[in-house]
Design a protein around this ligand. Structure first.
Ligand SMILES: [Zn+2]
Length: 54
Protein backbone atom coordinates (compact mmCIF):
# COMPACT_ATOMS: atom_id res chain seq x y z
CA UNK A 1 0.00 0.00 0.00
CA UNK A 2 1.54 3.27 -1.05
CA UNK A 3 1.79 5.78 1.71
CA UNK A 4 1.48 3.20 4.41
CA UNK A 5 3.97 3.55 7.16
CA UNK A 6 4.33 1.04 9.89
CA UNK A 7 5.06 2.06 13.40
CA UNK A 8 8.53 3.42 13.48
CA UNK A 9 10.49 6.46 14.37
CA UNK A 10 12.36 8.48 11.82
CA UNK A 11 15.40 10.65 12.31
CA UNK A 12 16.04 13.65 10.12
CA UNK A 13 19.45 13.49 8.51
CA UNK A 14 19.80 17.25 8.48
CA UNK A 15 18.55 18.58 11.81
CA UNK A 16 18.40 15.40 13.84
CA UNK A 17 14.71 15.78 14.65
CA UNK A 18 12.99 12.57 15.54
CA UNK A 19 9.64 12.16 13.86
CA UNK A 20 7.02 9.62 14.75
CA UNK A 21 5.43 7.76 11.86
CA UNK A 22 2.08 9.17 12.96
CA UNK A 23 3.40 12.65 12.28
CA UNK A 24 4.54 11.64 8.81
CA UNK A 25 1.08 10.37 7.97
CA UNK A 26 -0.23 13.90 8.34
CA UNK A 27 2.24 15.18 5.79
CA UNK A 28 1.97 15.06 1.98
CA UNK A 29 5.23 13.16 1.76
CA UNK A 30 8.03 11.79 3.81
CA UNK A 31 9.95 14.81 4.90
CA UNK A 32 11.07 16.53 8.04
CA UNK A 33 8.28 18.74 9.42
CA UNK A 34 10.88 21.04 10.90
CA UNK A 35 13.35 21.73 8.12
CA UNK A 36 11.72 20.02 5.13
CA UNK A 37 14.63 17.70 4.51
CA UNK A 38 13.62 14.58 2.67
CA UNK A 39 16.22 12.17 3.89
CA UNK A 40 15.10 10.48 7.06
CA UNK A 41 16.67 7.56 8.77
CA UNK A 42 14.24 4.92 9.80
CA UNK A 43 14.61 3.48 13.22
CA UNK A 44 12.51 0.71 14.63
CA UNK A 45 13.89 1.30 18.06
CA UNK A 46 12.79 4.75 19.20
CA UNK A 47 14.32 4.16 22.57
CA UNK A 48 18.04 3.94 22.61
CA UNK A 49 18.97 1.11 24.83
CA UNK A 50 21.72 1.61 27.25
CA UNK A 51 23.95 -1.33 27.73
CA UNK A 52 25.07 -1.39 31.26
CA UNK A 53 28.65 -2.34 31.69
CA UNK A 54 29.29 -4.27 34.78
ZN1 LIG B 1 14.96 18.19 9.76
Amino acid sequence: MPGYLDMATYLCEKCGKTIDSNELMGLPGIRCPVCGHRILYKSRSPIIREIKAR
